[in-house]
Design a protein around this ligand. Structure first.
Ligand code: BGC
Length: 288
């Protein structure tokens, strides 16, 4: 199922003037020139691939390297080079961003040419009063909360998601990233994790897919882009993860339960994902 979220698909964050972690300026792309179907004769984007990704085990070699023979649009050994958006084009040996121009060519800081896959867990609970009753807002709607982390790179609040490892199932990535970034399972003593293991296993085996597709991420380029699959894990009683202590870990520098409001500002396309979850949970709440 490929769910398109309103407002998610157009390039906004990936046309902002300076490319992240660099001083490389993007070539200006007006709204009406994003689409490849529209001619843009003056378009001269700079080529930028960050030095830091060269030789990294998670990064592709350069295109043209005789050892590098990617199987575009396919599962390429363990690396998923398929896009949730369908078949993408290869132009002069380079994959082409399926949504359109970004003002930069090369890979920037992304490891893969073409799609780079991530997974996002949206872990939710109802906000409760001391009495245990669900708290309501001014318009008498129940308040939904989700777990957000503060990203170490941009300082923005975000879902505790991450990149899919080669060969890893996307749902597994979502859960692994939640543990690493929000529960700090990397440094938590083993025993402490085991106590909750069973409750955890069953809670995290019940995720609902809320989005699968392209992401308007500031790191995107004309030849490399982010895609994600987002899953909602809802703790209706608040007894499973709702009651857990959260510890920021891995790339995260802060973690907290945040009220899901419609005007929320988050990293990349995360606000659209959270809004979709809010809509679904409120519907489910009112139909009980
Ligand atoms: C993040 C995900 C995000 C994806 C696309 C990844 O680096 O960890 O949370 O959805 O990028 O922006």
């Amino acid at each position: 199922m490929n769910i398109i979220l309103v407002g998610m698909i157009t390039h906004f964050k990936c046309r902002l003037d300076v490319y992240p972690r660099s001083s490389v300026e993007r070539f200006p792309v007006p709204d009406d020139k994003v689409s490849w179907a529209v001619d843009y004769k003056e378009y001269r984007p700079r080529n930028h691939t960050a030095q830091s990704i060269h030789g990294k085990p998670w990064a592709d070699p350069e295109i043209g390297d005789p050892e590098f023979n990617p199987n575009w649009n396919h599962l390429d050994k363990n690396v998923d080079r398929q896009s949730y958006t369908g078949q993408y084009k290869i132009v002069d040996s380079y994959p082409l961003n399926p949504i359109g121009r970004t003002g930069i060519i090369g890979r920037g800081v992304l490891g893969r040419w073409g799609p780079n896959h991530a997974a996002d867990p949206v872990v939710t609970r109802w906000k409760r009063l001391q009495s245990g009753e669900v708290e309501k807002d001014n318009s008498n709607k129940p308040i939904l909360q989700f777990v957000a982390i503060k990203r170490g790179d941009t300082g923005e609040w975000a879902l505790p998601g991450g990149m899919v490892d080669p060969g890893e199932k996307v749902t597994k990535t979502a859960v692994r990233e939640f543990r690493e970034e929000a529960m700090n399972s990397l440094v938590m003593p083993q025993g402490k994790i085991n106590i909750c293991e069973q409750k955890f296993e069953s809670f995290f085996s019940n995720g609902e897919e809320v989005y699968k597709g392209y992401v308007d991420d500031p790191r995107n380029t004309d030849n490399a882009w982010m895609e994600t699959a987002a899953y909602n894990f809802h703790d209706d009683s608040g007894h499973v993860v709702g009651a857990l202590n959260l510890h920021a870990g891995d790339d995260a520098v802060g973690v907290t339960w945040v009220d899901a409001t419609p005007d929320l500002q988050l990293y990349a396309s995360h606000s659209s994902i959270v809004k979709e979850v809010l809509k679904r949970r409120l519907n489910a709440f009112s139909s009980v």
